[in-house]
Design a protein around this ligand. Sequence first.
Ligand code: FE2
Length: 214
Amino acid sequence: MAIYTLPELPYDYAALEPVINPQIIELHHDKHHAAYVKGANDTLEQLEEARDKDQWGAINGLEKNLAFHLSGHILHSIYWNNMDSPKDGGGGEPLAADGVGELADAITESFGSFAKFKAQLTKASATTQGSGWGVLAYEPVSGRLVVEQVYDHQGNVGVGSVPVLVFDAWEHAFYLQYKNQKVDFIEAMWQVVNWQDVSRRYQAAKASVPLISF
Ligand SMILES: [Fe+2]
């Protein structure tokens, strides 16, 4: 039985034009994201079989596949909701007047200013080697925000940090439209950031009990 299911997009395929064209959104969601959901479910079945048979010869590969596909599913599920059309409020900066003042303050405290944060996340995303993500995450030990440069979906990740804003820097996210100009795609992404969604995720991460303490 499938544990994970592909979530519906919160908008239609053309909603993020001209930043991301409908063909990319359709392929990205219906094919790539769907493959991570299937991969996570298939791997869980294979692990159940290994437990039932007490056969552990493939355990290293199975655990790696689980991390890859599950992280791919989670990051894409966040990614779709992190974006919205500029006409529906996407883009700009988080502002207290829009009810996201705590997030704006946390960004300033953690990075010095919104401009410095934007520069770091843009750089981290645009310079991923191979496939990866730029991620703004809540780090529960310090209670601050950090930018992480994630490889594939699961490498180079700080244990315990909770992603609140993710930029997909895999070629499948932009190549049909931006060709090899990854930095142009990442810079355009700022026009469709849904700060209301980022703020909700930040508040939820902050409210959760940190599982790591000293
Ligand atoms: Fe992707």
